[in-house]
Unconditional design. Structure first.
Length: 94
């Protein structure tokens, strides 16, 4: 069976990775990390552990970094490349 902290990391990662589809979903891993521990506390069905929140947040942080990097590459770099391409075409017409 998989370690509990590894499970928390994976869930935080996968949930925040959904930010690729719709950027605000990037927060879902963080929300789950807190919500799960509140659920455990409220129902008494689980043990509330700060390390569970930390593991979930670490997964969410890694996914967030990936989503932001992909967004940057696909949006900012692409616009800059188009700008450079258009500038080069302007020089060809001189």
């Amino acid at each position: 069976m998989m370690n509990d902290k590894v499970q928390h990391f994976i869930v935080g990662f996968v949930l925040s990775l959904t930010g690729i589809v719709w950027f605000p979903l990037i927060m879902s891993g963080f929300a789950f990390g807190i919500g799960k521990e509140i659920y455990d506390w409220y129902t008494g069905k689980g043990v509330v552990e700060l390390n569970d929140v930390i593991a979930t947040f670490l997964g969410a942080i890694l996914a967030t970094m990936i989503v932001v990097l992909l967004w940057y590459i696909l949006h900012v770099k692409k616009k800059n490349m188009i700008h450079v391409h258009n500038s080069m075409q302007d020089w060809n017409h001189v």
